[in-house]
Design a protein around this ligand. Structure first.
Ligand SMILES: C[S@@+](CC[C@H](N)C(=O)[O-])C[C@H]1O[C@@H](n2cnc3c(N)ncnc32)[C@H](O)[C@@H]1O
Length: 267
């Protein structure tokens, strides 16, 4: 590629996604050994994320029109994979973490009254999109980072905590998952649904900085370019984690919280 073309591309990236995204792209391309902070890289990717959702609303779901309709359906049944983990009681509170502008979770479950709370750090910007496209969400997403869940909720609040395709977008997934364990009740589940090794699949672009996978021994691994945590072993005293890969690429992680947590952050 000619030098002129490279400069044109850089200017284009700066215009579309801002200065932060340009710095991240240049560092990734020319100085990969220089570590950028996870938070900086995350922040730089937010404009890209917003452009995705703007296009999704404008086109009513882009390549996924059925998904668009389902998310707006107040009678959509709760997905079986989530329903199977609910405790047997007449009413349950479910938290969807990194829900995007419209939670993917179904709103109805036979014989159970379900109350869904949805959070996402970009919720304010999503509200502006909902207004722009005149969309009334069945569940309005509240602004909160997964890493900060204990600022928004008491420990042991929810009967199920769910995240799909979002915790591997966080700037600190280990902390995010610990916070999810903190706010779920003891004896209840955190359910994670993420593509296997999403960051590697996406060449560490945008918010894709973390890989979730399962080891040969069945342990749940969280890995970035610079570190790896074996969540199953590290938190064995707190929870039981099981992993399953569906369709060769979707990692389903079920985390059973065995006991309440005494402390706040830094559990
Ligand atoms: C690809 S979207 C998925 C949204 C939704 N869960 C779904 O399945 O359609 C990723 C979402 O993760 C959110 N996210 C990124 N970092 C996060 C964090 N630290 N805490 C919670 N959510 C986060 C993004 O804002 C975005 O809405």
């Amino acid at each position: 590629m000619s030098a002129l073309r490279r400069v044109a591309n850089a200017i284009d990236l700066y215009r579309r996604e801002g200065f932060g995204a340009l710095i991240v792209a240049l560092t990734h391309r020319y100085m990969p050994a220089i570590p950028l902070s996870a938070r900086f890289t995350w922040k730089a990717a937010t404009r890209y994320e917003m452009r995705f959702w703007d296009d999704w609303f404008k086109t009513r779901g882009s390549q996924w029109p059925d998904d668009y309709r389902r998310r707006l359906d107040p009678d959509l049944p709760l997905q079986p994979i989530a329903a199977a983990l609910l405790p047997p009681q007449p009413a349950v509170d479910i938290l969807d973490v990194g829900a995007g502008p419209l939670t993917v979770l179904g709103k109805k479950c036979e014989g159970v009254n379900i109350r869904i709370t949805a959070i996402d750090p970009l919720a304010d910007a999503y509200d502006r999109l909902l207004e722009k496209y005149h969309v009334q969400p069945p569940v309005r997403t509240r602004m909160l980072d997964a890493e900060d869940l204990s600022r928004g909720f008491q420990a042991d609040t929810f009967d199920l905590v769910h995240a799909r395709n979002s915790v591997d977008h966080a700037y600190n997934p280990e902390e995010a998952i610990l916070q999810m364990i903190r706010v779920v009740k003891a004896g209840c589940y955190v359910l994670l649904e993420h593509s296997v090794n999403e960051a590697e699949q996406r060449d560490y672009s945008g918010m894709h900085q973390w890989n979730f996978s399962v080891s040969g021994e069945g342990d749940f691994l969280v890995r970035s370019k610079s570190r790896e945590v074996n969540m199953t072993r590290k938190y064995a005293d707190l929870c039981t984690i099981s992993c399953e890969v569906l369709d060769g690429s979707m990692l389903i992680t079920r985390i059973l919280k065995r006991r309440p947590l005494e402390t706040g952050r830094g559990m």
